[in-house]
Design a protein around this ligand. Structure first.
Ligand code: SF4
Length: 76
């Protein structure tokens, strides 16, 4: 995937779960569950991609993606 691909900023108003009244969270900003809503509805998730971190050994090898990373990954 190209890193230069532009994606709309993740926002709860554009989230599938908010639009379908499926979100029970009361947050001021989009959460890592963010999935963009679109004509196809919710698309199945892609295989998770490994992101190896070299900086520190004590750091977890995997972390939940941010809402913006979810928006980029699932952009329609
Ligand atoms: S981004 Fe998270 S908090 Fe916002 S509507 Fe979607 S699921 Fe709810």
């Amino acid at each position: 995937m190209s890193k230069t691909r532009t994606t709309k900023k993740a926002a709860c108003e554009d989230c599938f779960f908010a639009r379908n009244l499926l979100c029970a969270l009361d947050l001021d900003e989009p959460c890592p569950t963010f999935r963009p809503d679109g004509p196809d509805g919710l698309r199945p998730p892609q295989q998770l991609r490994f992101a190896f971190r070299q900086e520190r050994r004590t750091q977890a090898a995997w972390a939940f993606p941010s809402a913006q990373e979810q928006a980029t990954l699932h952009a329609h």
